[in-house]
Design a protein around this ligand. Structure first.
Ligand code: NAP
Length: 251
């Protein structure tokens, strides 16, 4: 039997991360779900195990260096050296620029940027030892600018720069680093945005779909398919790229 790769998906307990975790398991990988709350991570891992996957749920705050080191060590001990990393954990703290507390700026930067940096730093040694690795960083359409998201847009644009630099540094070790920039995807995050704006979530989806060339909003499986491609063996010549998965060129 072929060597079974070990993947880590941060923020894998729900939404896009959960979709990616399921897909990578279906692709034949062992999958560790790292998330803020232990029971959520364990539940998501158990759901994949029920359909035959080998999984692990680990509690971690990706912005905490000590927790990140401990979590990556725990994955390596339980499943084997992680050589696939999906930096997906994310939060929003939306506000217009003049009303945004600096603490919300810091929080968003810490989870997305510091989190991706710490996780990549902690896992790259396993990839370099293996002479093979795949990193996928979750950016967003918002990287192009989005009203009320100065913090989030800056973090998501920052992840694109991080992606390109890590691709340059790690390429010679057989490691590719790419980024996915999703458009509107139906998850708890977009549901919370609807609630905050006081609009019905289904109505919000209908309105969004009208603006999207393919005529529908996205699902976690749409993003999981792109992640599966970047993590595949055959994608070894694709690195440092940002793939907008948004149903059109700029939606
Ligand atoms: P989601 O449903 O809110 O899931 C995000 C997950 O990340 C949650 O399980 C959350 O845990 C976890 N998380 C948050 N902070 C964390 C931390 N410090 N350490 C570890 N885990 C943490 O979001 P989603 O919609 O699936 O989004 C996933 C990624 O895609 C995010 O990076 C998001 O910015 C990006 N994205 C989403 C969309 C979209 O339309 N949904 C579009 C573009 C990009 P808790 O639930 O316990 O907080």
């Amino acid at each position: 039997m072929a060597h079974q790769r070990v993947a880590i998906v941060t923020g894998g307990a729900r939404g896009i991360g959960a979709g990616i975790a399921r897909r990578l398991s279906d692709d034949g990988m062992k999958v560790a779900i790292l998330d803020l709350v232990a029971v959520d991570a364990e539940k998501a891992a158990a759901e994949i195990a029920e359909v035959g996957g080998e999984t692990l749920g680990v509690e971690v705050d990706v912005s905490d260096a000590e927790q990140v080191t401990a979590a990556v060590d725990a994955v390596a001990d339980a499943l084997g050296a992680p050589t696939v990393l999906i930096n997906n954990a994310g939060i929003t703290r939306d506000n217009l620029l003049h009303k945004m507390p600096a603490s919300d700026w810091d929080l968003v930067m810490n989870v997305h940027l510091r989190g991706a940096f710490l996780m990549t730093q902690a896992t790259q040694k396993h990839m370099i030892e293996a002479g093979w690795g795949r990193v996928v960083n979750m950016s967003s359409m918002s990287a192009l600018g989005n009203r009320g998201q100065a913090n989030y847009a800056a973090a998501k644009a920052g992840l694109q720069g991080f992606t390109k630099t890590a691709a340059i540094e790690l390429g010679r070790f057989g490691v590719t680093v790419n980024s996915i920039a999703p458009g509107f995807i139906v998850t708890d995050m977009t549901a919370a945005t609807a609630e905050r704006m006081g609009v019905d979530f289904r109505e919000m989806q209908r309105a969004a779909a009208k603006q999207i060339p393919v005529g529908r909003v996205g699902q976690p499986a749409d993003i999981a398919h792109a992640a599966s491609f970047f993590c595949s063996d055959a994608a070894g010549f694709v690195s440092g790229q940002v793939l907008y998965v948004s149903g059109g060129p700029n939606t």
